[in-house]
Design a binder for this molecule. Structure first.
Ligand code: 13P
Length: 342
């Protein structure tokens, strides 16, 4: 299937009442792991690359690897998404390259660290929506500020310093026209999210419910949604790693979110843990090995297993062949007609 817009994929997810994992990638093995998991579970897919990933790989490599994935897995709807664009220029370069969806994270200034004002966020996000929708490309915005730091991007902290204000969320969507909205409800990027198992009082699920009530047709996005499973931590530590005890977002909380408007769930850390554990195991058990395939194969397999599990838990499994891709030009025409109607 040709690449699809994230708007189409999330509209379908809303119709079907399920969520879609958005998995971060930096290299070929991660893309292969996601595509194999999608084939096995018959799931639609969002693959996302952050600015850090684009810099690490030179984004042309990632772009062509994702095109190869679309060609090799023609039955799977595939979104190529920019994670945490820090500026208009970053988003524009992704759109020019051929990404079918971008996140403009205007919650932070272009330095990727300093919280922006509401007006600054609206201004830059609106500008990205204009150029993106003209090409049929989807835009995710963010209101409120997530905690933690990922690939050098983030305000740090616990994620509770700038939780999303539902009134601001409503105003933000009206003023920007974003297709999807990332909200801050106490999640943060990275492995060290919580120092004990979080419950409803730590994750601000009440805020999520309030936002969904006010914006029932907006696709909500949960960032920082790795569950940081204990068994993956244990493998790393068993084979020489030194992770401190930590807790992530319980899958049941994500499923509660999915029942209340969450359509996109961002997962990166869990896959990093799975890959690292598998590689450490080979290094520890077979120190004579030096062929990269001897450890990258099990690493890829470990990530595939985890992604397939999340695809099932989020409900996207089985929905890969529900629809045909709408060409981006047609999406652009739809956006143009909505603008004229307003
Ligand atoms: P995790 O660090 O919880 O995997 O979050 C990833 C993310 O939100 C990417 O934008």
């Amino acid at each position: 299937m040709p690449l699809v817009s994230m708007r189409q994929l999330l509209d379908e997810a809303a119709k079907g009442g399920y969520g879609v994992g958005a998995f971060n990638v930096n290299n070929m093995e991660q893309i292969q792991a996601i595509m194999e998991a999608a084939r096995e579970t018959k799931a639609p897919v969002i693959i996302q690359a952050s600015r850090g990933a684009r810099a690490y790989s030179q984004d042309k490599y990632l772009y062509h690897l994702m095109l190869a994935a679309a060609e090799l897995y023609p039955e799977i709807p595939l979104v190529m998404h920019l994670d945490h664009g820090n500026s208009f220029e970053t988003c524009k370069s992704a759109i020019d390259l051929g990404f079918t969806s971008v996140m403009m994270d205007g919650s932070l200034l272009p330095d990727g660290k300093t919280p922006a004002t509401f007006d600054q966020n609206v201004e830059v996000t609106r500008a990205v929506v204009e150029i993106a929708h003209a090409k049929g490309v989807t835009v995710e915005g963010e209101i409120g500020v997530l905690g933690g730091i990922e690939d050098g991007h983030g305000a740090g902290g616990t994620g509770l310093e700038h939780v999303t204000d539902p009134d601001q969320a409503v105003e933000f969507v009206a003023k920007t026209g974003v297709d999807a909205l990332a909200i801050a409800i106490g999640t943060s990027h990275g492995a060290y999210k919580f120092s004990s198992k979080p419950d409803g009082s730590v994750l601000k699920m009440d805020i999520l419910l309030a936002i969904h009530k006010r914006l029932p047709n907006v696709h909500l996005v949960m960032h920082g949604s790795s569950s940081v499973p204990k068994d993956l931590q244990d493998v790393i530590n068993q084979y020489g790693g030194k992770l401190k005890p930590t807790w992530g977002v319980p899958v049941e909380e994500i499923q509660l979110g999915i029942r209340n408007g969450v359509r996109k769930i961002n997962v990166d850390t869990d896959n990093r843990l799975a890959i690292t554990g598998a590689i450490r195991k080979v290094f520890a058990e077979k120190p004579e090995e030096f062929d990269p395939r001897s450890y990258l194969k099990p690493a890829r397999e470990a990530m595939k297993k985890l992604v397939a599990l999340r695809m099932t838990q989020f409900g996207q499994a089985g929905h890969g062949s529900d629809y045909q891709a709408i060409p981006l030009a047609e999406m652009a025409a739809q956006y143009a007609s909505e603008t004229v109607a307003v």
